[in-house]
Write a protein that binds this ligand. Sequence first.
Ligand code: AMP
Length: 143
Amino acid sequence: MNVASILAGKSTEIITARPSATLLEIAEILSKYRIGCIILDDGKGGIAGIVSERDLVRAIAHSGQDILHSPVSKCMTKNVITCQTSDTMDTIMSAMTDGRFRHMPVVEDGELIAVISIGDVVKLRIEEAELEAAAMRDYIATG
Ligand code: AMP
């Protein structure tokens, strides 16, 4: 199982915003699309950064609500860790655990093609475990 297996079962709609968007605008987009993270595009086909709900919470706790009218570039993470469709589940889980983040943009040939979350990884792992259990039951029943 790899990232391609995840993408086969989910919508690859990508929600992006510009780094100049305000934190309030980002919060509205997160709420509207019921997502936890947004990729900030650099306007040239590349990724300028990533911002998650945690960044917004930290920014408000640190600076107060006035920060909501500042550009998200102030609190985005610039060093974005990405993955490719050929990456295995183990690679993705290690990267998310080691980096303590729950989202990863999928980049293929330099192009952003999807965003996966820890929820997608867990869902696939559960499906995998259920398939293994069913195969084991069949084996025992027919053995
Ligand atoms: P998350 O757990 O994904 O909500 O994000 C936790 C922190 O990691 C936030 O500061 C995010 O900006 C950052 N982050 C999320 N995804 C990534 C990623 N793929 N690469 C680098 N940083 C990330």
